[in-house]
Design a protein around this ligand. Structure first.
Ligand code: HEM
Length: 448
């Protein structure tokens, strides 16, 4: 380690709140501008909290791979997410996390993806049929909302075999309370603790009770049905069956609840946003959309795609990769510094926070030629190192293959039937929450 690492540069802020007001006003703009002004390590102060933005692939490697043990998830945002998920893959650390990851991994093995792919295309066929049956086929549809519902249906079916009945409605309604509540807390310096009986806390707790009621009942139903001879119907069946190689112990009901709620949470909004931004970008670049539809038609005709078709749909994959470069659904990755460290000659003090921002790194002019240009062919030969839509290192997204499979199938199937056009004059802006949404939805018209 450098004997005298120095303090990283960063924008001046308010004497009391530091850079917090600017963060709240326009966090994406502030981070991009600061990276341009101050370089690959930028220091911010958010009230009492010191946060460093690290914007270089070497720094990403340091934090997520080579020195990952020194950067844990005891962060403010993980704390808020934990109020929803409990101790789970997304929020835990150390040996507990390692065990959960080892146990959950088999549910994402390739042999299961074939079945998941069928669920994905069935749900998408139903969506396209619903669109076709609309009485007013020219009215715009909010594609952001449509994608959110579709990916929620898919994650519900693949996890639990739960369908559009009341359970899915209850879960969806509860998530519509839980997600904004959790995001709202991230943006405030002071929050009432979970137990304080404020109106929003009460609504949040009620939504959480609804989720628990449904999820624990589904777990009990699965336990009753599960026998060694019964085939796995869904992800929950697979999770229920796994046993730790060393101890022979599997997941408790509470751990199953925590992991399935995590998958519900992590597994739908991310993919929905990736698709929403992709439809937006394709409508801005009709020449790319036309080429892509040609490729899909050639590979599939009118046939419903399967897992085996993916190698022939490389254009679809490149479009999604480029869309997630410009609008990464997880636009920021956060860690707490365990003990004092150093990156790029700058000091990171113990207990401070580091953030890696795919949204900023994916536009770094040193690593991307004309970063603002939408050009899916960038991914034709290799994936550049300054690219991390799914994170990196041991905590790389466990659902990345699931998500890419899902997004490729949905995009191909919708483009087989429709071209989507943006409604002229409607503003399209990113809204950085837990994921990167479109601020005002995305109304689009459908054309055959
Ligand atoms: C386009 C869709 C998706 C994107 C962009 C995405 C992105 C990410 C990223 C960046 C991380 C790492 C976060 C960090 O290091 O702090 C992550 C972790 C995770 N993702 Fe995803 N994800 C997607 C879809 C999914 C799906 C479909 C699932 C599950 C069905 C899922 C489950 C998880 C879980 C459980 C973790 C935590 C893994 C761990 O820490 O061991 N994700 N995801």
């Amino acid at each position: 380690m450098n004997p005298t690492p120095s303090r990283a540069p960063g924008p001046r802020g308010n004497w009391l709140l530091g850079n917090l007001p600017d963060f709240r006003r326009d966090v994406l703009g502030l981070m991009r501008q600061s990276a341009a002004d101050f370089g690959d390590v930028v220091r911010f102060r958010l009230g009492p909290q010191i946060v460093h933005l690290l914007n270089h692939p070497d720094h990403v490697r340091h934090v997520l791979q080579t020195h990952h043990q020194n950067f844990d998830k005891r962060t403010r945002s993980a704390g808020f997410i934990k109020s929803v998920t409990g101790d789970s893959l997304l929020t835990s650390n150390g040996e507990f996390w390692q065990r959960q990851r080892r146990l959950a991994q088999p549910a994402f093995h390739r042999q299961h993806l074939v079945g998941y792919a069928r669920q994905m295309t069935t749900a998408t066929t139903e969506l396209v049929q619903r669109w076709q049956a609309r009485s007013d086929a020219t009215a715009p549809l909010d594609i952001a909302r449509e994608m959110m519902r579709l990916t929620f249906t898919i994650v519900g079916r693949t996890l639990f075999s739960t369908d559009v009945g009341t359970d899915a409605d209850t879960l969806e309604r509860a998530m519509a309370v839980i997600l904004p509540h959790t995001f709202g807390r991230l943006g405030r310096i002071f929050n009432w603790p979970d137990w304080a009986p404020t109106p929003t806390n009460r609504r949040f707790q009620a939504a959480l009770r609804d989720v628990n009621e449904v999820v624990y009942r589904i777990i009990a139903e699965h336990r009753r049905r599960a026998t060694d001879a019964a085939p796995d119907r869904d992800l929950l069946d697979t999770l229920m069956r796994v046993r730790d190689g060393e101890t022979g112990v599997g997941f408790t009901d509470e751990q199953l609840r925590n992991e399935t709620v995590t998958f519900l949470l992590a597994g739908h909004e991310t993919t929905a946003n990736a698709l929403t931004w992709t439809f937006h970008l394709l409508s801005e670049h009709p020449e790319v959309a036309t080429r892509l539809r040609g490729e899909i038609r050639e590979a599939l005709g009118n046939r419903v795609p399967t897992l085996e078709d993916l190698p022939r749909l490389t254009g679809v994959k490149h479009v999604l990769q480029e869309s997630m470069r410009l609008f990464p659904p997880i636009w920021i990755i956060e860690r707490r510094v365990v003990s004092e460290d150093e990156v790029g000659g700058f000091r990171l003090s113990a207990g401070s926070t580091v953030v890696l921002a795919p949204y900023v790194l994916h536009r770094h002019p040193k690593f991307w030629d004309q970063p603002e240009r939408f050009d899916p062919t960038r991914f034709a030969h290799s994936v550049p190192e300054a690219y991390l839509p799914f994170g990196a290192g041991p905590r790389f997204c466990i659902g990345s293959e699931f998500a890419m499979l899902e997004a490729q199938l949905i995009l191909s199937q919708i483009l087989q039937t429709y071209q989507l056009r943006r409604q002229p004059g409607h503003p399209v802006e990113p809204l950085p929450g837990i994921t990167l949404r479109t601020r005002h939805g995305l109304p689009m018209t459908l054309h055959r």
